[in-house]
Design a protein around this ligand. Sequence first.
Ligand SMILES: C[S@@+](CC[C@H](N)C(=O)[O-])C[C@H]1O[C@@H](n2cnc3c(N)ncnc32)[C@H](O)[C@@H]1O
Length: 448
Amino acid sequence: MTQLPVQFIQRMRETMTEDEFTSFMASYQERPRQGLRLNPLKIDRAEFVARMPFSLTPVPWCDTGFYYSEADRPGKHPYHAAGLYYIQEPSAMAVVEVLQPEAGDKVLDLCAAPGGKATHIAGCLGHTGLLVANEINAKRARALSENLERWGARHILVTNEQPEKLAERFAGFFDKIVVDAPCSGEGMFRKLPEACTDWSEAKVAQCAVIQKDILPLAGRMLKPGGLMVYSTCTFSRAENEEQIENFLGNHPEFTLEPVPKASFFQPGDLPDTVRLWPHKISGEGHFIARLRKSGEPIKEKINQPREKPLPREVRRLLESFSQDVLGFVPQGRYVLFGDQLYIMPDALPDLNRLKIVRAGWHLGTVKKDRFEPSHALAMALPAGRWQRSISLDPDSQEVYRYLKGESLPVQSGEQGWTVVTVDGYPLGWGKLVRGQLKNHYPKGLRWL
Ligand SMILES: C[S@@+](CC[C@H](N)C(=O)[O-])C[C@H]1O[C@@H](n2cnc3c(N)ncnc32)[C@H](O)[C@@H]1O
């Protein structure tokens, strides 16, 4: 059983009835349930259920979410490398279900790494609108960027910024914002025993200070009429209801709204907020509040940087590669940074002087006499939109050898760039050269 901190137990005992406390403590005798969320950018629900070799049961509050069994190892399956799902604690899936992003929205995920909520949002947006996924910690921001790349998201901007810096640039910009705040992690004690050793009442107080600073900055970035969801995976009132009470006290332009799907959860002790308790649902501990900013949405002008047309030679190299290998030329707002070619979402503002980790859909590198495709190009290709591909069986040795970075012998096929797939879902690139598939799976992603 999890070794809970004594002070934590004391606080929980003081804030709950005896029966409630008994059943709360009993939940620590049980194993946490594991979850994964399918990727609607790549696969629909019926096909997902038919294809996955795992024992799946639906998560009641999330149409794309499933519990998997302890015997399953979804993180070690090639379908994971193909971005067909994201492994996520089931309660955490509730946050974006409460935000309800819709096609065309501009959404900010302010504290986004490693990307659970961000991938969920990108799935809801479905290659429309814009997701700005920000992470203050540089290393975690890289992991976030990798996860969004594997997810095949195109309408994205991954930044590595302080919330203050973003708030200067994006005032009144977003339709929807999620603040999945850094917190003391009490709700994760059962799942991550190290959260217990990291915990102290001092950490609760430290996190509360950060949350108090972040919330108004997030609020500033919301459009009038916009929606903001605040969530934590902790139980302390200081990091949950008290944050919301304090924020509302200082920001009369915000009001709490009822949480969609609230009937799956328990009320928080502030009306319209919800708590997810491990002894009440199949999931870990969370708090969620949904806040509306008053006012009518303004029809905003997007100050896009002036576009330069692609140099003729760059266009020729892109077209020749795309026609040969894909059979179509990806279209959109092309942007060339040095020799790196991207397609940018229309809603993107000026990125000058921001720490950008990833912007838009990275297509590849323009060399002197050729175009080299990026991993992101393969991962976000529309289903089946390629001419040259090699499909590997998920149960074969070859697929694991490919993911480890090995070259593979091949019988036939046209020489040159080839999309490598598992069952028709892209994993990355290979290059056919004289009976060998040269491996272009990125070095940093290779399986050990
Ligand atoms: C709860 S985690 C986010 C989890 C993420 N939303 C997901 O679903 O995968 C909180 C994040 O906030 C970041 N963070 C820490 N201090 C911060 C600060 N002062 N401002 C913004 N983010 C901060 C942490 O690095 C951490 O990645």
